[in-house]
Design a protein around this ligand. Structure first.
Ligand SMILES: Cc1ncc(COP(=O)(O)O)c(C=O)c1O
Length: 378
């Protein structure tokens, strides 16, 4: 079976892990700091704060921005963690429709969804395609709202020449097993705001004002004394995933280029087929292509092509079923008497199929997928 995803791990990652083992410090420590510094430099922000997932990063970011009630606007087509981040902080995720071409947050609908209770906006760079950040930031500035980029799918993507992750108040990345770069599980928050970073350091470490590494090695002498100044969570990164991250970060641009080459081959083959559309890439962006989302014109073809490809040993997926169709959120919106109106998302998600895409895909695997898709309507 050709999988949808495959991580790209090797000697470089093992070499970095070995260094951490030899140091005898595997918790949150110097390797995490090194990874954070390198990641911030790569994205072009002053700071980066490592976490154990993007779900944790999103929760921490919403909490650290001081949101504990009201509404947070998120796109309807996303992984549930984007919406969960609002609910964790006692705020309501209000669903915004997506743009028909990019499948990212639609700025016109965003404008319509803002109320006096809106506190923040979390745009999602779906599958690696950057959102229209200028339009979103203009609206946010006008209404004095916080913007947190959900960059879980978009390490390495560019918007008007700038890295995704450097375009809002803060941004959250995922290093889950099959993302553009991985640490097994892991996440990162990028920002230029030093006060926010200080708060994030405490919140990711159960609310303690100094982590163990700082007390043991960074301060002049070890001090057992610390204070819990607020309610935090156990969300920090540790030095083993950070070691993998240091090695992966060196490769991520190359891995993304390998993804793009496969996308070009898919697009060249599929553009000839009249019954589907290939992923859109706006002129002023660089897509990170975590996902290759093909859309069939006729939604009734979607499950048929998934079966057709499975019969040819090709795995596929759907990213993502809209948030309000998940049972938890169906009940949530009924319970809270919130009317969800996202007509584009409701239609488009039914056409979406994610095809296999990973940097080490062989020519024959790519050909197998091209032949599999091309033979569907023959
Ligand atoms: C858009 C989006 N946000 C958040 C997440 C959560 O990432 P993690 O698995 O690192 O918690 C994902 C994971 O796929 C995602 O796609």
């Amino acid at each position: 079976m050709i999988p949808v995803f495959k991580p790209d791990l090797g000697k470089e990652e093992l070499d970095e892990i070995r260094k951490v083992f030899a140091s005898n410090w595997i918790g949150l420590g110097p390797k995490t700091r090194e990874f954070e510094e390198q990641f911030a430099k790569y994205i072009g922000t002053k700071f980066a704060v490592g976490t154990n997932s993007a779900t944790a990063a999103l929760h921490l970011a919403v909490a650290a921005h001081g949101i504990d009630s009201g509404e947070v606007i998120v796109p309807a087509v996303t992984f549930v963690s984007t919406a969960h981040a609002a609910v964790y902080c006692n705020a309501k995720p209000i669903l915004c429709d997506v743009d028909k071409e990019t499948l990212c947050m639609d700025a016109d609908d965003l404008q319509r969804k803002i109320t006096k209770n809106t506190k923040a906006i979390i745009p999602v760079h779906l599958g690696g395609h950057p959102c229209d950040m200028d339009a979103i930031n203009d609206i946010a500035e006008d209404k004095n709202l916080i913007v947190i980029e959900d960059a879980a799918n978009a390490t390495g993507a560019l918007y008007k020449g700038k890295k995704i992750g450097s375009l809002a108040d803060s941004a959250c990345f995922s290093f889950h097993a099959v993302k553009n770069m991985t640490t097994g599980e892991g996440g990162m928050i990028t920002t230029d705001d030093e006060d926010l970073v200080k708060k994030l350091y405490r919140l990711r470490w159960v609310g303690i004002n100094k982590d163990t590494w700082n007390r043991a090695y960074v301060s002049a002498k070890y001090s057992w004394y610390y204070e819990v100044t607020e309610l935090g969570w156990k969300y920090h990164m540790n030095d083993i995933p950070a070691a993998i991250g240091v090695a992966q970060l060196k490769k991520v641009d190359r891995l993304n280029e390998a993804r793009r080459k496969i996308v070009e081959r898919y697009n060249a083959a599929f553009s000839r087929l009249g019954w589907l559309s290939v992923p859109y890439e706006a002129k002023n962006v660089k897509h990170a292509y975590w996902l290759y989302i093909l859309r069939v014109n006729d939604p009734s073809d979607r499950d048929k092509i998934i079966k057709h490809l499975a019969d040819r040993s090709i795995a596929t997926s759907v990213h993502f079923m809209p948030v309000h169709l998940q049972p938890y959120y169906r009940d949530f919106y009924i319970r809270n008497k919130i009317k969800v109106s996202v007509p584009v998302a409701d239609v488009e998600w039914k056409k979406m199929v994610t095809l296999p895409l990973y940097p080490s895909m062989t020519d024959s695997e790519v050909k197998q997928v091209v032949d599999g898709v091309s033979s569907f309507r023959k």
